[in-house]
Design a binder for this molecule. Sequence first.
Ligand code: NOJ
Length: 543
Amino acid sequence: MQKMETLSSLRIFKTILIILSLVLLFNIPTQAQGLLYKLRPIQHDLAASKIGEPATTKPYDYILKFLSSSSFPSRASFPSDFLFGTGSSALQIEGAGHEGGRGLGIWDDIVNQHKDVYGDVDKFPKKIEHYKRYKEDVQLLKRLGVNSYRMSISWSRVMPNGTLEGGINKEGINFYNNLINELLENGIEPFVTILHFDYPLALKQKFGGFLNHSIVKHYKDYSELLFKTYGDRVKYWTTINEVEVTSIFQYMLNIDNISTDEECKTTRKCTLSYTLLHNFLLAHASTSKLYRTKFQAIQGGEIGLVLSSGCYVPYSSKLEDVAATQRLMDFYWGWILDPVFHGNYPKIMRKLVGNRLPKFTKKEKKMLKGSTNFIGINYYTSHFAIYEPNRTKSIGDSYDALARSEVFNEEGKPLGYKDQYAWNYVYPEGLYNMLLYIKDKYKNPKVYITENGVASTKIPNPLKDEHRIAYIAAHINATKAAIDDGANVRGYFAWAAFDTFEFQAGYSGNWGLYHVDFNDNLKRIPTDAAKWYRKYLTHDLRD
Ligand code: NOJ
């Protein structure tokens, strides 16, 4: 009797256990078993995974000290074909917006309409005159010792109204021919972005730009023109830069000018950002298919796409925050990476977004799956992720994820250290963790770190950017740590080569390794970080 009773209470206990596990498994807000990446212990005072003591005076002093120690990975410790470069984009440096037969781009219009919001609008038309001074700029790149340069092509410069029927602009075509040749003649591999934020205004006026699926055909025509014209020399193509940033922030907030606190469920905004990204993905996949079927075998290049990413770290050890962390990663990286590697959006997105998330047809899924030879990652900083039961409180990626990002965790601690001259916290461990997450989740694809850098907004002397040396060095170190742990990273590009025009901030961020003096005929001057990078790439720092 006693035995039977024990048995039946055991059974009841077992059943309760099973029910409890099922509840845990299916209760999305508290689901935690999906967290795929293993975070290294977070050491708040440390800037990089392998760096020693915390600083006493400046938060990055110890990185500078670490640089001359034997533990810092030298250039020679990376594979010899590793791309070490820097980058920029057409829209941010070229200028000559109305010259050489270029048509208007969407950003000409946006900046024009929001003169009060944007900084340095007077500098927008000329920028740093890269269009005219590209030869000088290539020499400066050569001086840095880089073996690759990430550049972008302005769609409006080669196809002024965005369509083949509208005509091809020979002058524009020649400009990029000259730039690409100049780079190659100087031993620098062009790493070309087909679309970096800007595209012909005519397409937006005609049918709403990327909100309309019709753009896919025109984007493909434009890309085909580039493959035909430059593909004999360009071996690295990326279709679109920062698709999710463009979909959520830049495109939606600036172009549609919708206020950020509008409710997701009751406005068009949330639905539209999913539509936009959907069309970006289809543009990427059909162009990539075109390249891979028609050009790749003959031209021997690779094609990928670029996303902006930060790592997410749980705000607390509560299950709901750990689960929120995974959801943010699915809503941010998975939104793009799942379609390009597996052919569809993450299941959790379908579940939480419902019909507002567009669906791929069977044919599109097939086209998307495996549509990328590599992933480009723009990494700047990372955030904590916290469970957010209220959809209306958060913006952007977190609208539907029932999660939002935070700068400080439960204990009031940030990730990494605050850069004294910029807005962000410096957290190279986030880069390391992201690289390993991608390795584990997507079968170790090739990755290029297509952007990594820091602004110098409040710096008294933009040439004395020691904080940028520390930033870049710490991230190179984190990259090497990830490679040592098996991540398939093939290149690192410090952002940016020259001061670049930033949307809203103008040139105030002094982003360039080469500072541009607007009071002295746009003179390019190497900053201390440029000198350091050159030394790093061309000598052993311990010499
Ligand atoms: C990423 C963008 O791709 C680039 O254009 C921009 O300059 C940097 N972020 C810095 O804001």
